[in-house]
Design a protein around this ligand. Structure first.
Ligand code: KDG
Ligand code: MG
Length: 402
């Protein structure tokens, strides 16, 4: 089963996506997402210029070997660009293998460990009342788990605030927009928000919140402690996690569950976090953490330490990743939750898919492979447009984590 063709498709149906399409001798093709938000063309070039020439003629069934060929063979290991490119190849090979056997991918991953996949949606608003309104809207849509982000009094613009009741897209064309930050304003406000959410919406719904790497460990410990009465499902990215031992300090002070890892790209980024049980959920996902092959290894390590999965699923991950993540989620034993932000209508038309949402749960569908296709003619109508994620500055102008 030799790979005979490989191409990188870059399109912008509302936002930029990079997709790898691999075709084998008998015409079966597989897709892999290669989107790295704000740095898309670096991965496209890595694939076009350095990886594709190595793939033509390789046996598509040698998935594990190809992973190591690209990882160890490059000599320069890890990093988001390299690992996103490897992820795309790996995902496309799993798609091809499952299609060639005429089974949905999850059947090759050990079969279903559950009937459906719990997902969380994104409620947000520019102030507390609007966030409560948005939260109610998501409850009406059937979500059982909802992340809440709100504009903070005293800050003009901050992370995670959507433009309507359901849409949230931070990437902006041409130049990065600027958000504003004050830890003091934020720490004062967030516990008030979650107190209101629990009072208004009761004890059943799962509440989540993303601090988006913006706190120091001791500030994060304080926030975790202040949120304990409201029983969060998780507090995400409480601090930047390049320094894994920093999580010890947070852990010593709070029982609020911690989720980290959407920016990680290998098992080595989370090894200490998992082995010392410093987190409860690992957020890494297919597209940035080495594809299905490597993500399963992360999940298996996590399983031994009672850490559950909570894959990243923002809209900058294409429907190809969403499909792959749902097969992974359905099959992996220590699944926790899956993030879900529906894509725009244009994106869904470019990437027709078998996965579906019902009553707060999703399923990857029973189509062979990932169950996600690409309409290349339609994709060509949405050419790439350079876009950047926002940057964040403190009130005195100092650059801060966004
Ligand atoms: O590209 C960056 C986004 O994917 C990220 O900001 C979204 O933090 C995020 C989340 O939890 O979905
Ligand atoms: Mg996040």
């Amino acid at each position: 089963m030799k790979i005979v063709d490989a191409k990188v498709i870059v399109c912008c149906p509302g936002r930029n996506f990079v997709t790898l399409k691999l075709t084998v001798e008998d015409g079966i093709y597989g897709l892999g997402d290669a989107t790295l938000n704000g740095r898309e063309l670096a991965v496209a070039s890595y694939l076009d210029d350095h990886v594709i020439p190595l793939l033509i003629g390789r046996d598509a069934r040698r998935i594990e070997d190809t992973w190591h060929y690209l990882y160890k063979g490059a000599y320069w290991r890890r990093g988001p660009v390299t690992m996103t490119a490897i992820s795309a190849v790996d995902t496309a090979l799993w798609d091809i293998r499952a299609k060639s056997l005429n089974v949905p991918l999850y059947q090759l991953l050990g079969g279903a460990s559950r009937d459906k996949v719990l997902v969380y949606g994104h409620a947000s608003g520019s102030d507390m009342e609007k966030t409560l309104g948005s939260f109610g809207h998501f409850l009406n849509l059937g979500y059982r788990a909802i992340r809440a982000q709100s504009g903070v009094p005293g800050l003009k613009a901050t992370y995670g605030i959507g433009h309507g009741e359901t849409t949230y897209e931070p990437a902006v064309r041409d130049a990065p927009p600027e958000d504003h930050w004050s830890t003091e304003h934020y720490l004062r406000f967030v516990p008030q928000l979650f107190e209101r959410l629990r009072t208004e919406f009761g004890p059943e719904v799962h509440l989540l919140h993303d601090a988006h790497h913006r706190l120091t460990p001791i500030e994060a410990a304080r926030l975790g402690r202040d949120l304990e009465p409201f029983r969060l499902f998780w507090l995400e990215d409480p601090t930047a996690a390049e320094l894994q031992p920093a999580l010890r300090l947070i852990r010593q002070h709070t029982t609020t569950p911690i989720a980290i890892g959407e920016v990680f790209n290998t098992i080595f980024d989370c090894q200490q976090l998992i082995e010392e049980q410093l987190i409860d959920f690992i957020r890494s996902t297919v597209v940035h953490a080495g594809g299905i092959t490597h993500l399963r290894k992360i999940a298996h390590l996590a399983e031994a330490y009672q850490v559950r999965t909570g894959c990243h699923g923002a809209t900058d991950l294409s429907p190809v990743t969403m499909g792959a993540a749902l097969h992974f989620d359905l099959s992996v034993h220590n699944f926790g939750i899956q993030e879900y932000m529906p894509h725009t209508e244009e994106t869904d038309r470019v990437y027709p898919h078998a996965y579906n949402f019902r009553d707060g749960f999703m399923h990857p569908g029973e189509a062979p492979g990932l169950g996600v296709q690409i309409d290349e003619a339609l994709a060509a109508k949405f050419p790439y447009q350079r876009a950047y994620l926002p940057i964040n500055r403190k009130l005195d102008g100092t650059l801060h984590s966004w």
